[in-house]
Design a protein around this ligand. Structure first.
Ligand code: 8ID
Ligand code: ZN
Length: 412
């Protein structure tokens, strides 16, 4: 077996280069080219392997992980959490060494358990991870990814790909779906087990921390806007616009040529969404009448669509009232127990569409990532160590995060 995996900086790479020059000469021309390219770009992580290799060698037995033992309980940073070893991976599974992970409000819902579906416990949350594949289960055939690939872990970790929902492109609704950070261990740890068919290749040159939040927040709002039945030039209202999902929704809406009315609260969020291209701002804590404000902004007719990403029910309250006839309410934010309340009469009379949108499939993920990798959508984020996660949850509760927080696994 030729093992030419190397980790570290370009100095280490140099040392490795001389040690392995014999092995290097045995490589095919294509693989030699890959090594040279990696050398030139000073890639921090390079893997060149022969066909029989299924893992890199130095996989530790334990790792750091953020664990909630019991729903609603304390979040603890554990240093002794087991790492699934390559020999124990099932066919189709892969082990990903994470560089970073975004933190989503969903992770807080999971930790406190305010949704009607109970999460797995002990819970390791997280579903916006980016890292490199360091092992693939033996007897995995036709894998679309290989060792060393940089991939993203999204909420939908796996689906059967054979049921009606999967066949129709609604993989997220597969009855056998596995959910990162909810039904299976997620990305708030150094090594995560995922699935070769559903990990998302990250476009080259797109920084991992900048890409992370596209994997949930980005994909979700990208798809919600895609199916919002809007045309370029239409008005779209975005309650929750200053949050993780919302600030990306502002940008994906702009990419589609929509005119954005952003609703949220506070100066930071106001400045952020206006900078990102929102045309109108409504502070939901200051406005005396949100419906009147939207009507005034849209020449009295109302908006063509609303994509609600607020984590609390308040963002939904007036939505159907400020939509124009034929308008679409796209439900995205997930307050756990509230019911949607609206006038049946006016829903019929105005021919409204009320729809739900749940993350996205593999194709949505690729499309959302490609747009962001081209720089048309940018995650506004601050980087923190995993040990800060508890404070991040407090900040979600207080509503003080404008944009996203990304946890860097190498920061201690
Ligand atoms: O697939 C899905 N549908 C999906 C995917 C990912 C996340 C749904 N979610 C859900 C999360 O579980 C959460 O319930 O979307 C919601 C938002 O997630 P997030 O963007 O990660 O949360 P955030 O960063 O805290 O942003 C929420 C924003 O809502 C604002 C807050 O100020 C915050 O900026 N907000 C609230 I709370 N009440 C509001 C109101 N009445 C409001 N904005 C306008 N009007
Ligand atoms: Zn999420």
């Amino acid at each position: 077996m030729i093992d030419l995996a190397v980790r570290g900086n370009s100095n280490l790479f140099h040392k490795w280069w001389f040690r392995h020059h014999k092995a290097y000469r045995q490589l095919t021309k294509f693989r030699r080219l890959q090594v040279v390219q990696a050398y030139k770009t000073q890639t921090l992580y390079v893997s060149i392997y022969d066909n029989t290799m299924t893992s890199f060698t130095q996989i530790p037995k334990t790792q750091i992980a953020a664990v909630v033992e019991k729903t609603g309980g304390d979040l603890q940073i554990r240093k002794d959490w087991p790492v699934k070893q390559p020999k124990d991976l099932a066919p189709g599974e892969c082990l990903v060494k994470l560089e970073c992970s975004g933190a989503c409000h969903t992770d807080l819902h999971a930790a406190i358990g305010d949704w009607p579906l109970p999460p797995n416990t002990p819970l390791i949350g997280g579903h916006e991870g980016v890292g490199h594949i360091v092992a693939i289960g033996a007897n995995t055939f036709n894998s679309p990814v290989k060792l060393g690939d940089r991939v993203g872990i999204k909420w939908l970790a796996d689906s059967c790909l054979g049921c009606e929902a999967c066949r129709k492109g609604r993989e997220q609704n597969c009855p056998k779906a596995k959910l990162s950070g909810y039904t299976i261990d997620g990305t708030f740890q150094e090594y995560v087990v995922s699935y070769v068919n559903h990990v998302t290749p990250i476009p080259e040159g797109f920084a991992s921390d900048a890409a992370a939040s596209i994997l949930c927040a980005g994909v979700t709002v990208y798809r919600a806007i895609k199916y919002s039945q809007t045309q370029p030039g239409d008005w779209i209202v975005l309650p929750g616009a200053g949050g993780g999902l919302g600030h990306l929704a502002v940008q994906y809406a702009r990419v589609r040529g929509l005119r954005v009315i952003a609703i949220d609260t506070g100066t930071d969020k106001k400045n952020l969404v206006l900078k990102l291209g929102a045309e109108k701002w409504i502070d939901f804590k200051e406005s005396k009448d949100i419906v009147a404000d939207v009507l005034a902004a849209t020449g009295g007719e109302g908006a063509h669509a609303a994509v609600v990403t607020s984590s609390a029910a308040g963002g939904y309250t007036q939505a159907t009232e400020y939509l124009r006839t034929g308008g679409t309410l796209m439900c995205v934010g997930l307050p756990g127990t509230t019911k949607l309340s609206t006038s049946i009469f006016f829903t019929v009379f105005k021919s409204l569409n009320i729809l739900g949108s749940y993350v996205g499939n593999r194709q949505d993920a690729k499309e959302a990532l490609d747009i962001a990798a081209r720089g048309e959508v940018n995650v506004h984020f601050a980087v923190k160590p995993l040990a800060e996660l508890k404070n991040v949850y407090h900040a979600f509760e207080a509503g003080t995060i404008a944009g996203r927080i990304v946890l860097d696994m190498s920061k201690k």
